[in-house]
Design a protein around this ligand. Structure first.
Ligand SMILES: Nc1ncnc2c1ncn2[C@@H]1O[C@H](COP(=O)(O)OP(=O)(O)OP(=O)(O)O)[C@@H](O)[C@H]1O
Ligand SMILES: [Mg+2]
Length: 410
């Protein structure tokens, strides 16, 4: 099918070579059964690609299921994707089919695939390689014939480096990569897109469409567009609603772009408050250090427990505990029977862990307060938009959902 008619059919505006290249790959690969990984910054228009691929494939009469992996809680994602047996976990009153079973003969779009927990990544790799999977709580192998199309707006190789994504799964998913270009690399499409959105909003709000002066067009073309097409669409909507004057000159347009003078108007994607993420980083480092220390202390104690020189063990334990907690724990002297030795060590460990817990709890309480405050700030800054707030905090949308619930943030 011609690229132009695909654009028309799927409402895609733009004619830049990079966009055309991405669409060309999508149409070529559609008729094969290959797995496709669509990457591109947030707001570049990735979501239409899996629809094109499914619709132009021989599976078009089969089911098409789009799953936002970032929005499903970690605890239920396996069951959503692969289904579960009755009674496999608390609340599993009925057996349930997962998306991979429902989409048999069709396609699955795994959006934000880099957000999948590692254990789910293992299951996904298996189904990609063999077409087989298990329901949660079942050992019966189920076969399925599903074409997988995945998308990510994070750099997957970086996620691999951080240990958040399996390399083997990346290679398997990335059989055919499609890169959706950022808007700043599609300058020639910016005015086209603005006109399309302005016409849509004029119709929606029953008003004459906006028109840009040449200077205003230049300004839009030279803007960085960190939020890509989504940001352009939002700004066009804001201007459509707020501006009475429908000819938009450079002075007006500047007010809607982040670099513009502060006007009190809603401004998107402000680049400010560098200290915000710096502070967040510091807390992360502190928290990780604390965790390492606690683990280290536990390891040392375990090692000491295993040693057979009981005098050294007790002395070292007392020292170790003294160093960290000021209060030395003086080991009680017990008769040297095996049973009693065991008793001594377990009561020591209990004691030690009592200290350890109270300190960790105290520490994490104040960290929690900071975390709460940062989440609140980020949500406020992004007018409650969780996705943007999560991006700013450098955490996944799912983690943010969880934390909002956990801290009861409104
Ligand atoms: N070429 C296009 N023509 C018209 N509208 C577009 C085009 N590309 C994207 N859009 C619109 O821009 C918005 C953002 O697109 P989309 O949701 O596909 O982004 P995305 O790449 O999936 O972003 P994210 O990674 O944040 O999920 C949508 O409203 C979409 O309709
Ligand atoms: Mg998307």
């Amino acid at each position: 099918m011609e690229i132009q008619s695909i654009k028309q059919r799927f409402g895609i505006v733009g004619n830049s070579p990079l966009l055309n290249r991405a669409l060309d790959i999508a149409t070529q690969v559609a008729t094969t059964d290959l797995t496709v990984l669509i990457t591109g910054e947030s707001g570049t228009g990735k979501e239409v690609f899996p629809k094109i691929i499914h619709q132009l494939s021989t599976r078009k009469h089969g089911n098409y299921i789009a799953v936002n992996c970032g929005a499903i809680p970690e605890g239920t994602i396996d069951s959503e994707l692969f289904g579960h047996e009755k009674g496999s976990f608390t609340g599993a009153h009925e057996a349930r089919k997962g998306y991979f079973e429902v989409a048999d003969g069709g396609s699955i779009f795994l959006d934000e695939v880099a957000e999948l927990p590692i254990s789910t990544q293992v299951r996904l790799l298996r189904v990609l390689e063999s077409g087989e999977f298990f329901k949660v709580g079942s050992s019966k192998v189920i076969k399925t014939d599903v074409r997988v199309i995945a998308a990510s707006n994070v750099d997957v190789p970086i996620a691999i480096e951080k240990g958040d994504f399996r390399q083997d799964l990346y290679y398997r998913l990335n059989t055919v990569p499609i890169l959706v270009p950022p808007l700043r690399d599609r300058k020639e499409d910016i005015h086209l897109l603005f006109r399309k959105f302005a016409a849509d909003f004029a119709e929606k709000y029953r008003m004459p469409p906006l028109k840009l002066t040449n200077e205003a067009i230049q300004i839009l073309q030279n803007f960085y567009w960190p939020g890509n097409i989504r940001q352009l669409k939002n700004i066009t909507e804001q201007i459509s609603i707020i501006e009475k004057e429908k000819e938009i000159n450079s002075a007006i347009i500047k007010q809607y772009l982040p670099e513009g003078p502060k006007t009190g108007l809603p401004i998107l994607y402000k680049k400010e408050e560098e200290h915000f993420s710096e502070r967040e980083l510091l807390y992360k480092v502190l928290f990780d250090m604390k965790k390492d220390m606690t683990e280290l202390k536990k390891i040392v104690l375990d090692l000491l427990e295993e040693g057979d020189n009981s005098t050294i063990v007790e002395q070292s334990k007392a020292l170790l505990v003294k160093d960290f907690y000021d209060e030395p724990i003086i080991p009680e002297h017990k008769p040297q029977t095996t049973e009693n030795n065991l008793d001594v060590s377990s009561s020591q460990t209990d004691n030690y862990e009592g200290f350890q817990e109270s300190e960790v709890i105290e520490e994490s309480l104040s960290l929690q307060e900071k975390e709460k405050e940062m989440i609140r700030k980020a949500l406020e800054k992004h007018s409650g938009k969780r996705k943007n707030a999560a991006d700013e905090l450098g955490i996944s949308e799912r983690t943010l959902y969880r934390k909002i619930k956990e801290y009861d943030i409104r």
